[in-house]
Ligand binder design. Sequence first.
Ligand code: PLP
Length: 513
Amino acid sequence: MIEIIGPLIRSADAASLNGGSGGVEKPPPLQKQLIERLQQAILAGRLPAGSLLPSSRLLAAEMGVSRNTVVIAYEHLAAVGYVIADQQGTRVSPLSSATARDGETPSQSAAPEIAYAARVGQFAATRTHACNTFPLTPGTPALDRFPLTAWRRALERSMEHALPVALGYGEPAGEPALRDAIAAHLRMARGVRCEGAQVVITEGAQEALNLCVRLFTNPGDTAWVEDPGYRGAKAAFNLGDLRTLPIPVDSEGMAAPPGAWLAHPPKLIYTSPAHQYPTGAVLSVARRLALIAQARRSGAWLIEDDYDGEFRHTGEPIASMQGLVDDAPVLYVGSFSKTMFPALRIGFVVLPRAIAGHTAVALQEMLRGGHRLEQLALARFIESGEFGRHLGRMRRLYRERQQALRDALGAHFAPGQILGGDCGMHLTLRLPPALNDRILVERARAEGLNPRALSSFALHPDAATNGLVIGYGNTAAERLAPAIQTLAALARDIEGTNANAKGTSRAPATEPR
Ligand SMILES: Cc1ncc(COP(=O)(O)O)c(C=O)c1O
């Protein structure tokens, strides 16, 4: 056995190995060493499943330890399942061999081959979070302008008033104070028809989407998604084993083909009416009403993702689709990721009044009611008016930044190709087919800029979805012009390389300067 697990190290051996000098680290107790050596040998397959270990008397003699040391080591290994002890002796358990490869410890073995669920295999890596701090990242607000002092005060006050009770589980649907504060804000700011009892707090809009899938669909049901559209919605539908039907988007938003209701009756329809993500189209009132009427007839639910509707930049605010008619079949989803900060991870879904009560039992099983202090602080932040003041400041800031971005794009890119901008924190720039958006994005990342490829939001990328989604929320106005100048230079370089390769000249995406 000593050849398999090696000799144990005693204090005297360790000291002599170090020339008897002081300050030598003491080896672990013999019993601990013996347990670890046997575990390693079993995991690595050097002691294969089913093999009989020596009796405690024999092993004690061989290793030069007391018999009691071996007995305790065997008992420990049996308790955690490495060995099985019976009347015939102590054998290596079959479990261990299943995980081991010959001569390797688990940390040395190659990545295990795991049969992931098919739905997980559908996800492709397209972005790295490390780039999310780069200029031009869509969807990242001006984090350096967040009123940290006021937020800290709200957090401290909720700690003063709510501890220790708020350390326990909360209501599954979230803190009643926050649900009421959100409902009051939405009624006033977004024309949503709701009470606090209809609001379910979630971990961001993403969990709200997952919740809609779990509450209202069965595997195999059909969900409509805008194409190009928000990847988070597609991910939620894939995870729910739904069939997703891409619905084209034009300048009036989601444009459902007339035959689709009959041919592919949906259970869920994902829309971003205030500012279609990523094209920026505003869903027309005629289409909103038609969607509501058709959804009602077909027993479908409309998900209204109002992710950046608070930052309206042109004209009068457009109220939510949910508030257009009474009891609309709309699941209104919101998030504080843009209005506060993404790491807060607080979002919500407003359920229709008629069904809010019926979901309570299911929600008890699905949600646990955590992050209570943050939720209470957010309720305070909203009620005290800090939230409204912050929104006002950010609206003005984003308007300024958007104008700076428009100016910079106008100076470098062909006119008439900018989409969106009525709301939010991004503009979309269409590119000519010869200038591949993914190549441009890759080159931009190497320069420390992080626009997204419009085609990465499309289920069926084509010439109309070749472009850039350019965020201005996290980029100071004075940094936008140099950033766009860099993008334009990269675009010219790619176009030049393409033209040289083909020996042709095409209409450039960039304006000659
Ligand atoms: C269209 C859309 N909806 C919702 C969200 C917010 O998601 P979450 O609240 O999970 O951060 C985003 C964030 O990028 C978004 O782009």
